[in-house]
Design a protein. Structure first.
Length: 242
């Protein structure tokens, strides 16, 4: 597993999300971390969403997004508040590593046993989740699997877990029905995401299982645009809304 190589410090909201009384995937230490579990007032299936915030939505990068790390990216927003935002890129495959290979590197399965994995485990995609904490793994998954005090409900039917327990469950055929494993995440400081949206850097649309967990990663960007009602040829880097 690659060493942690965070490009920027996680904001307070993201730091709360990516920590728990558990070991972070890909950063197995004896240190206990803390997670921001649903706060008081959370609704079933996810955190109570304040008006104007985009948790549970998809961000779709526009041509005005001049940061190459987010070129043509589709991002699932795991948390968004006045403290900032945290999300996972769902359409950038991680190069040169498969899910079985990652399980071997994390000692979840012995080397050479990848062929014994259940079919759905073979289909779990490993993604470049974002430029922050790229040595840490996050499993975005369906809500049919929950680790007590470790799984964060995000929206109806979607959860985030960052413990080795979920990888062991997937490897044994007892994990969630749908899942992707992301290395790293995208984080925004307070007000930063709102400013980028106003600058025409992002559009957003509702999430759906195919955008989150679909195998055809390369088509997710165009599919998200179609969901918004935009043809790629209509896009412009000029300020304003597409």
């Amino acid at each position: 597993m690659r060493a942690i190589s965070a490009i920027s410090r996680p904001n307070g909201l993201a730091q709360a999300l990516i920590s728990s009384n558990m070991h972070g995937i890909g950063r197995v230490t004896n240190d206990h971390l803390e997670i921001g579990l649903p706060r008081k007032g959370a609704r079933k299936g996810g955190l109570e969403k304040a008006s104007g915030f985009l948790d549970g939505q998809m961000l779709v990068a526009m041509p005005a997004m001049n940061d190459e790390r987010f070129n043509r990216s589709v991002i699932y927003i795991c948390a968004h508040s006045s403290e900032g935002a945290m999300g996972i890129i769902v359409n950038h495959p991680a190069p040169n590593i498969s899910f079985p290979e990652l399980l071997v590197q994390l000692d979840v399965i012995p080397d050479g046993e990848g062929i014994q994995l259940p079919n759905h485990a073979e289909n779990v995609r490993v993604l470049k989740g974002g430029p922050v904490e790229t040595g840490r793994g996050f499993v975005l998954h369906s809500a049919d699997y929950v680790v007590e005090n470790a799984t964060l409900p995000i929206d109806d039917g979607v959860c985030l877990t960052a413990t080795l327990d979920i990888l062991k469950a997937i490897a044994s055929g007892e994990g969630p029905r749908s899942a992707v494993l992301a290395l790293g995440y995208a984080g925004w400081a307070p007000g930063q995401l709102e400013q980028e949206i106003q600058s025409n850097g992002w559009l957003h649309c509702p999430a759906d299982p195919e955008l989150l967990f679909g195998q055809n990663v390369e088509q997710k960007y165009n599919r998200a645009l179609q969901k918004i009602g935009i043809h790629p040829g209509m896009l412009s880097s000029d300020a304003g809304h597409a």
